[in-house]
Design a protein around this ligand. Sequence first.
Ligand code: ADP
Ligand code: MG
Length: 713
Amino acid sequence: MTTPASSGQLEPVDALYSRDVFSRAVMRQRLPKDVFKRLIKTIDQGAPLDHGVADVVANAMKDWAIENGATHYTHWFQPLTGLTAEKHDSMISPDGQGGVIFNFSGDELVQGEPDASSFPSGGLRATFEARGYTAWDVTSPAFLVRGTGTVTLVIPTAFVSWTGEALDTKIPLLRSMEALSQQALRILNIFGTSHGATRVFTTVGPEQEYFLIDRELFWQRPDLVICNRTLFGAKPPKGQQLEDQYFGTIPARVLACMAEVERELWALGVPVKTRHNEVAPAQYEIAPIFEMSQLGSDHQMLTMETLRRVAPRHGLAAILHEKPFAGVNGSGKHNNWSMATDKGHNLLDPQDDTHTNLQFLVFLCAVIRAVDTHAELLRGSIASAANDHRLGANEAPPAIISIFLGDMLQDILDQVEKGQLKRTLKGGTIDLGASTLPMLPRHSGDRNRTSPFAFTGNKFEFRAVGSSQSIAFPNTVLNTIVAESLDVVATELERAVGKTPTPARVQAAAMALLKKLVKQHKRVIFGGDGYSQAWHEEAERRGLPHLRDTVDALAALKARKYSDLFKKYGVLNKSEYDSRLLIAYEKYNKELGIEAETMVTIGRTQILPAALAYQRRIAEAVTATESAGVKCNDTVASLGEFVNLVSRLQESLATLEKVAGHHDDDPARHAAWIRDKVKPAMAQVRTFADALESQVAAELWPLPSYREMLFLK
Ligand code: ADP
Ligand code: MG
């Protein structure tokens, strides 16, 4: 498709922004006033939606979509694969006179029925009862997706089984926001600061890291094509040692690709803002302005899809895997998170005199309590085979969940513990020493890159989220554990202040509570180097859970107290919870099973033949040299070593094949087998194959090298 960006004629951005979104502005224009009002009431306040309204909206949406070239519509949903799904239907109906008309009814807008049997349900639904429904999510606007010669109206939906159980990632997210809202409002009521707010939303701004490599090279690597990561590859001579990549100049082709991704996303209403080079060669980042969580989460899925879709137009492939290349930095997704009232007040904004802002401190300490109490859940929400390569591997935050607060808040919590709040540390200004340069305000705390959960100004940043994963579940967990914490906190405060809360009573109750919370939960706060061995030992002394990998993390999630928690706050019932756990195990087992199989195939059909060809070449050189009457003992010796390496590769492939063929009906036990037997066997194969790569003649090696993939811009 020729796009405006690739043809060199750029549309002005103001015409582009939200061009393809059935936005509030479009609805205001196209809907009768009362219908518009009722719809907005549903979107903003959660009021029930009636059918008459849906019919009118459907009709307006259809007209708008058709005027923009659409022929088809789809209910877009997020099944438990962690991806998105869609099934397209045209908007055509028979006109009753042998012809067709475009038609799209309220029924079609509100409810769809894709065949649900091929999506993972984790036992929620047997194949013979395959019914699943999609239901219109009014809070996330419909949009148009343009493909070559086709435009499709996309309607964000939730996905449920016919028994009403959530089969997707969106429903629990919405429920968790509801739960948090209820509890947060109680706190605002105690402080008398709701200012007419009727809801509290959680907000999210996810920073996405990804790699872009040449597409031709990508297609020559079956491991990248099938597993999204390289299973083989000797380290490049130049890795990250020079630190010249981070924030470096963006290569021209990459910049063109990024620009096109941004323009497509703006047209879809996704407010992407930041772009830059990341730490590893060929690694980049894209970040939006934050939005309400459910919208931010939908937009994050669109961002990932758009990256994958646009990159090939520039001869590139976008790789979103957490660890596509060994030995260079992996990719994560910093999940910036906060809570705000529907009046726009950010509840995690400390404001200038933070030590007088008790309400902020109550919200802050409730989050600290939540993270400490439910660290295992948070850890589990980001557990995956892919993320196991990052967490704790001295590049991403460690698998131990801790919180970084910065000097100013740390100082305030110290004061809380002593029972008196007196001051707020100020950052002051930085004088650059040249009168033409401005004075810069200095933040009162530096950044800490090694913390998995850091307070950054007026929000928390959950940094352990994986780059390829949907942010819906981690946010569902975060919202639910904070809802629980706010519930406990509100109950205690309500009891302490009684029926007639005076400001003095509220203040005294809040101080007493804060003191207790800090004492109980300060063990989770850590401002030092999270990568260091010293911290691992310290964390153990503090009794913080350290779930090293997915197998350990998922095992911890089986505890009854966790499924009870989700049930209590109406986020997931027991079978919905269990199904997600089961799917996480299945995903781990399947992914690694596929990796092992791919490794064996590449090893046998590409690497081994190349190694044998080279072996033959050396052997022939020896024969030729010696028959010419010249001794070549060194070459004979290295031939011996080479043959030895080749046979070790063969042995390791046989071992891998054997352990990977193991079967176990119990998914948890199978996962442990994979971790303990299959992964080490894969590591063995890789060691020998990578050693061969550095010896075999380059022209015989069948796979593009790390150097080619990472440094060809
Ligand atoms: P940095 O991580 O470098 O401090 P920013 O301050 O620009 O960068 O923020 C990074 C991300 O955090 C952006 O996506 C931004 O929109 C998001 N963000 C900022 N404020 C909030 C908030 N209140 N809630 C959720 N995300 C936020
Ligand atoms: Mg950040």
